[in-house]
Design a protein around this ligand. Structure first.
Ligand code: GLN
Length: 389
């Protein structure tokens, strides 16, 4: 047991139901063993020049004090303009857009703002690991609906069975981490119909909105009929502009919901870094030609990792979006223990991945998977491919 895990009589119960991030733990192990880190999803290549220059300019222009709590006006305007151009959605920057410290804070602030302790919140599994601590800290009880491998589709009957009078919200993460699933319009419509029938909110995590493959569209839930009113849309700049350390996220929601989220956000963090918000505004104003380049770049990276995985005997579903591959390693003659397998990969192959069970409530269901990210440079991926083979 690590010293930090020793129970202390003054530690609150809400911290006991979750452990430290498995993803970041794998990063630590990768560093310890000099392994290539295909565990944590962040780019190891430079951010685009135009966003870096804008940040330097903003600091030199002394935009170094608090921005308005809800977000710098220029950034909220840029978010509104982009959202309208791409999705024909009209969000009022004055009342319906809040800039946060990453999508991570956006999700936490949202749950604290809309969930009463004991309310049920539905999540699809495999799920992004943050939703468990988010639920614990907001008092939500999670109800799980499985995305069935290999295609990561849900059974409509299982989805319906998860809804009840106690359902306050459902979280939809599309494009999906870790499965690479992009929800189709039909699937979103099924979720939407149940949200309306049970008067539930839909909280979406659309942080990978610009990373979609094979011409597939990203469809925001808020564009579906009757859903603007009950959808809280979360996204951010981390993945799109390769600036995960800048901590820039945002929430789009109707005024009454935004109001509650803004109050929580104000007292959680006051606001996201002011000069980086200015840089983000500049970047978003100039990014229309950049988005297709980003998709093309990640399409190449997807192939660069998918092929060696398949050739090495993993079974994987080609991701439709985001930058992860859930790889089934049972064909490699290794007993179905993902934690042992991930350790073996780090120590013997020099490649780090995330044990699949950390994305499942019943850990057994994920125990034949490890998750690899391909958000890495061509050189890193080439070396990883060599080591995996
Ligand atoms: N979103 C990234 C991932 O899933 C990083 C998460 C993290 O740092 N915990 O890998």
């Amino acid at each position: 047991m690590l010293p930090t895990e020793v129970p202390h009589p003054h530690v609150a119960r809400r911290t006991a139901v979750f452990t430290e991030s498995v993803i970041r733990e794998m990063t630590r192990l990768a560093m310890l063993h000099g392994a290539i880190n295909l565990a944590q999803g962040y780019p190891d290549f430079p951010a685009p020049d135009f966003i870096k220059r804008a940040a330097i300019d903003a600091i030199n222009a002394d935009l170094n004090q608090y921005a308005i709590t809800w977000g710098a006006p220029r950034l909220r305007d840029a978010i509104a303009a982009k959202t309208k151009l791409h999705y024909k959605l009209d969000f009022d920057p004055a009342r319906e857009i809040t800039v946060t410290c990453g999508a991570t804070e956006a999700m936490m602030a949202t749950l604290l703002a809309v969930v009463e302790p004991g309310d049920e919140v539905i999540v699809f599994e495999p799920f992004y690991e943050n939703y468990v601590p988010d639920a614990a800290m907001s008092g939500a009880e999670l109800v799980f609906v499985e995305l069935h491998a290999p295609g990561f589709t849900f059974d409509p009957a299982e989805l319906r069975a998860a809804f009840s009078e106690r359902t306050r919200a459902i979280i939809v993460n599309t494009p999906n981490n870790p499965s690479g699933k992009v929800f189709t319009r039909e699937e979103l419509q099924q979720v939407a119909a149940l949200c309306q029938e049970f008067d539930a909110l839909c909280i979406t995590d659309e942080i990978y909105e610009h990373i979609v493959y094979d011409g597939r569209p990203h469809i925001p839930m808020a564009t579906l009929p009757g859903m603007y009113e009950r959808t809280i849309t979360i996204s951010g700049l981390s993945k799109t502009f390769s600036v995960t350390g800048w901590r820039l996220g945002y929430v789009l929601a109707p005024p009454a919901l935004s109001n509650a989220i803004r109050k929580v956000h104000d007292f959680l963090t006051v606001g996201a870094p002011a000069p980086l918000q200015e840089a983000a505004a500049t970047a978003m104003e100039q990014a229309e030609a950049y988005y297709p380049e980003l998709r093309a770049m990640y399409t190449r990276k997807r192939e660069q990792l998918l092929l060696p995985l398949l050739e090495s005997g993993y079974r994987c579903h080609s991701p439709e979006g985001a930058y992860y591959i859930m790889a089934d390693f049972t064909g490699l003659g290794f007993p179905g223990d993902d934690v042992a397998f991930a350790r073996h990969l780090i120590e013997n192959a020099g490649v780090a991945a995330v044990p699949g069970s950390s994305f499942y409530r019943h850990r057994d269901e994920g125990a034949h998977f490890v998750r690899f990210t391909f958000s890495k440079s061509e050189e890193t991926l080439a070396e990883a491919a060599r080591r995996l083979r």
